[in-house]
Design a protein around this ligand. Sequence first.
Ligand SMILES: [Zn+2]
Length: 323
Amino acid sequence: MISNEETLRRSEFPFPPPTSKPIPALAQPMKDYMQCTFETAGRVCQYICGTIERIQKHCREEHRWKSKNKGGRQKKRGNTNQAAPWRTGVHCQRFFKQGPKSGYFEVQNEEASPRSNPPRIASRADQFKAAKQELEAALRRAEAEERRVIKEAEEAREPNSWLRRVGWAAHLAGLDRTELKKWIEMPDEEEPDLEILCRAFDWMIQHAQFTTVQEVVSQAALFEANRKEANVEPQKPFDSWMDITTVKSYTHVWKQVLCYVFRAEDEEVKKRPAYRLRGRQSIAIQQVRAIIQEFQEWMQDQAINDADNDDESDREIEFIGRI
Ligand SMILES: [Zn+2]
């Protein structure tokens, strides 16, 4: 069952087709109601109500219909005006008395024999078609919705064996793809702490690149750094140079991982992946956050009582370094 009104409003369930028998759990069907037959974009409107005034108002407001019957009240029931864009004698029920899905839907007239009225059968066929289309559309929406949620069974279909091995599907089971994708977006001014974190990471990489050169650590160290197997002598020294595009694309992935981990820590338990940080890892995250906060406070103080803003970024560099 749908528990709150907002979910109900957003969910689109098709009403039962007009050939359905009345639903016993609902109130007795209303008899001789009117149903709008306006067609827009291949779909019949199907709005149902109980009075001529209402259906006229509906047709005027929803379909810009103009009544040619000016003046003189019409009879409330049994209107025989064929030009009217609605049909009469509709038996109907509704699920709710008020609220977003309180509209009436047609049900079978159990008292009348179904074949007594040929024109109505034709229009019922139309309605059945419309209901079928609606049902199919609802089904497609449900399928799309289901694809958003990650399921463990998906792992079996994973063609990349490394991805299979890391067990991403079990790790992310039950979570919403669209929500998760937001976790790997680069932070903007709404997440200043993560912005600082990413900046610090960029600086760290740059610093590492400038450090792993012959002039700083000697060539022997660079050879060692390039060793991939313990018993195989490296043929070349490690080269920290990369063109900026490569640096950017590599660090981007790392920053995504960082943001993902930090954002996941802020999420409530049932909406986050099923891993838990070890003690030292969560302490490390807390420490980083504390330094970031300290840095932010320091920057605010700077902005307030510092008019001569030479680049006294030594402190800034120190902070970033600590992060
Ligand atoms: Zn209508």
